[in-house]
Design a protein around this ligand. Sequence first.
Ligand code: SF4
Length: 426
Amino acid sequence: MLIETIIARVVRYSTLSSFTFDQAEKITAPKAPGKPIHLYVHIPFCLQLCPYCSFHRVSYEEELARAYFRALRYELELYHHLGFLFESVYIGGGTPTILLDELVKTLELINTLFGPENISVETNPDRLEKSVLQTLSSCGVQRVSVGIQTFNDSLLRRIGRYEKYGSGKELETRIRQTLGVVDTLNVDMIYNFPSQNEAMLAEDLEVLARILPDQITCYPLMVSDLTRREMRSTLGKTGLHSEKRFYHTITSHLAGLYEPSSAWCFSRSGESMIDEYIVSTDEYVGAGSGAFGLVDGAIYANTFSIEGYIASLECGEFPLKGRKSFSARELARYTFLMGLFGLRLDLDAFQERYGKNLWCLLGAEYLFFLLTGGIRRKSGMIELTEKGQYYWVVMMREFFTGVDNFRELSRTTAGVPCSGGDDPLC
Ligand code: SF4
């Protein structure tokens, strides 16, 4: 546990420093890198907000959502004018499928402007219908990811999803009825909820073993500090003491049925989608309110204020509100973290990218994980050991919690409506 605690602290600290933005009067858009990169698109609207969720999401209002989609399409056009090329697209939320006609128009524009090779879309169980997936498929979507979280009815009630999306049995039926419509159907699960025990988790895994979706992503519960405080009164106190045991329950249940494709993602075939596009892409643009991009060694962040986002684009301006440039060492650390989250890192590709080998740039990190048994060297690669897979779960949990804390702070101060004030992204 000591090693995991050290890892968690270091990642939490470095994530905090990564999201301290450079001081600048006005953020200009990044230059197009001259090669196809990845596009992340954020749709922040949800019909009802879940109590454990720290994403950038707001309650759905149709008029506002339609104005948002119009602004989003304009933002995509601005990137096209700058010469950006996108080979892959991930549309996340929120609930991207909340207004299917607007999503379809947006997908058509993406196809016309960029002609990406693959498109992934997140959805919620209420939109997990054959007709919806067929519509998405006809717009070039190959991969759909649905947030299920658990099949346990008492837990679904406690997290406010039973009334919204139905019982565990109904969720199971919806997945069965939609398997095979798109190339990959990914099911998102969450473990380590307060009051969840080993038997409940094992039952969830048994349901999955019966349905056999193309891919399963099992996230440990990740909550920002503010959400954690709020959750105490609804779901109970969160803790980490069971997380490692639960993770091993998951890997042992899925062994033989699924191959790991990242530290928390398991695929039926070796080449399914990986839910975290940041694993497989060095550079990406973030479009939509609260979206982040990483281009030319810098993080770019859009405003978290929905009205501010729409207003900027109505004035023909990028809604960028934060920028942070990284040193070569910080970028190398990011590549090390994300590459190994996808289980292995190519040492030659790393050296080619940074002009120095891993020892020179990240000797301390390399040595630490070799000595603690988290990584091993194998023919030009380093790869995660079984122990290392859990270390990376801890690191990614801390990384995303750090990002969630930043989002929470920015959303609270942006306040929707944005009050200006001290908010770095308002
Ligand atoms: S968990 Fe999903 S549905 Fe619930 S509030 Fe968050 S983004 Fe919306």
